[in-house]
Design a protein around this ligand. Structure first.
Ligand SMILES: [Fe+2]
Length: 367
C-alpha cells in the first residue's frame, strides 16, 4: 500500500484501487505532546466532540512522514508506516492464526518447557501461537508449590475469579457440588456454560497423579462441528440456531445463561461451542422441531464421544494444560482413589490475557 497526494488530498493506493483518506481520519491521529500523552499513547483531545468537517490546507510527504496542516490550525507529522498498519480492518495478530483440524490421529503437538524468564520469552510467543492453532497446549515442569497456577495465570494476564474461587482443587471429595470432584468418568464437556460470559480458557495443573486411570481426554469442538456441517447441514443448522438454558445451582448462587450448542459469529463462522449435557435445558418448542433437535444433538454427542475424535493422555506432575474453553471439550477417565492420590488444580483466564500477551511479544520480538 502506498500513500499519494493530489491537490491537498491524501489517497492510499492498494494494487489498482485508489481511495481518498478522510481528512478527519488523519486529524484524529495527530501526534505531538499537546495532542497525545507520551506515556500512555492516549489522546489528550476528544475527537467525538469535534465537527468532522476538517480540511487539509497543506500536505507534503517527507522522509516517510506525512506533514499536514489542517484548517483548524493544527499541524502534525504522521508516520506513514504506522498509518499503513491501520489500512487493513482485519486483526493481523490473532485471527490470522489458522486453526488446525485435529482428531485422534493427532501426533506430535509441541510441548513447551517452563523455565526462568518464560513469560517474556520467544518460547512463550510460540506457545501462544500453538495454543491458537490447536486450542490447547501443554507446558511441562511448571512449579507446583503455593498454588503456583495462579502466578502462572497472572503472568500471562489476569486470573478470572469465579464463585469456585481464584483457583479450584480437583480431587474427589465428600458431598461434591460438581461431578468434577468425584472419581467418575467425565465425558467431554466445556466448563461453566451457565456463566455470562463463559470463562474463555481453563488452566489445569497436575500436582499429583499416582492412579493408573484418570487419563485426560480432549476433543476439538471446531473440527467436530465443521465435520457435522459437511455431513449433516440440517443438524448443524438447528444446533446453531436453538438457544438452550444452562443452569448451575448451589447454596448461595444460581447461575444461568442461554446459548446455542454451536455459536456462530455474524459471518456464520465458528465462534464457540458449549456442551455440558448434565446441566442443559432445551426450550419447549414444537414437537416436530424438538424431534429434529434431539436427533441433531444425539449426532453431535456421538461425535464428541467417539474415540475417533478424542485424544487421551496422562498428565504427569508439573504438567500444566491450557485449553480454549470456547473450542475444546475436555474430560477424564475414571480412577480408583485406593491406588493413590490424584490432585489437579485449575483456574480460568480470559482471551484478553492471551491476546494481550501475544500482541506484546510480537511487538517485542519484531515478529
Ligand atoms: Fe471440566
Amino acid at each position: 500500500m502506498k500513500i499519494e497526494l493530489n491537490q491537498k488530498k491524501v489517497f492510499y493506493k492498494n494494487g489498482t484501487t485508489v481511495k481518498e483518506i478522510h481528512p478527519f481520519w488523519l486529524r484524529e491521529r495527530v501526534i505531538g505532546e499537546e495532542y497525545l500523552d507520551k506515556g500512555t499513547q492516549q489522546r489528550l483531545f476528544d475527537p467525538s466532540t469535534m465537527n468532522g468537517d476538517i480540511d487539509i490546507q497543506n500536505v507534503e510527504i517527507k522522509n516517510g512522514f506525512l506533514e499536514v496542516n489542517f484548517n483548524d490550525g493544527v499541524n502534525s507529522k504522521l508516520d506513514i508506516n504506522k498509518l499503513a498498519t491501520e489500512f487493513s480492518n482485519d486483526d493481523t495478530v490473532i485471527k490470522v492464526i489458522t486453526k488446525k483440524y485435529w482428531d485422534s490421529n493427532l501426533k506430535n503437538v509441541k510441548n513447551f518447557e517452563y523455565k526462568e524468564g518464560f513469560y517474556e520469552s520467544k518460547e512463550m510467543y510460540d506457545m501462544l501461537v500453538t495454543f491458537y492453532e490447536y486450542g490447547f497446549v501443554i507446558i511441562k515442569n511448571v512449579p507446583t508449590e503455593n498454588n503456583y497456577i495462579v502466578n502462572f495465570a497472572n503472568s500471562i494476564g489476569s486470573v478470572r475469579r469465579t464463585n469456585f474461587g481464584e483457583h479450584f482443587n480437583v480431587k474427589s471429595k465428600l458431598n461434591p457440588n460438581d461431578l468434577a470432584y468425584t472419581t467418575l468418568h467425565l465425558s467431554p464437556h466445556t466448563d461453566n456454560p451457565y456463566r455470562n460470559p463463559v470463562p474463555c480458557i481453563q488452566l489445569l495443573h497436575c500436582i499429583e497423579n499416582e492412579v493408573s486411570g484418570g487419563y485426560s481426554t480432549l476433543v476439538d469442538g471446531y473440527t467436530v462441528t465443521e465435520k457435522l456441517k459437511n455431513e449433516d447441514q440440517e443438524a448443524y443448522k438447528i444446533l446453531s440456531e436453538v438457544k438452550v438454558r444452562f443452569k448451575f445451582t448451589d447454596q448461595n448462587v444460581i447461575l444461568e445463561d442461554w446459548s446455542e450448542l454451536i455459536h456462530l459469529d455474524d459471518k456464520k463462522q465458528f465462534k464457540q461451542v458449549r456442551f455440558s449435557p448434565r446441566l442443559d435445558y432445551v426450550p419447549m418448542l414444537e414437537k416436530e422441531k424438538l424431534d429434529k433437535y434431539y436427533k441433531a444433538r444425539k449426532k453431535l454427542s456421538d461425535m464428541y464421544n467417539s474415540e475417533k475424535n478424542r485424544i487421551e493422555f496422562k498428565l504427569a506432575p508439573k504438567d500444566l494444560m491450557m485449553m480454549d474453553n470456547y473450542r475444546v471439550l475436555h474430560g477424564r477417565t475414571k480412577f480408583d482413589p485406593k491406588e493413590g492420590k490424584r490432585f489437579l488444580q485449575g483456574c480460568y483466564i480470559d482471551f484478553d490475557s492471551t491476546e494481550g500477551k501475544l500482541r506484546h511479544l510480537k511487538r517485542k520480538f519484531n515478529l
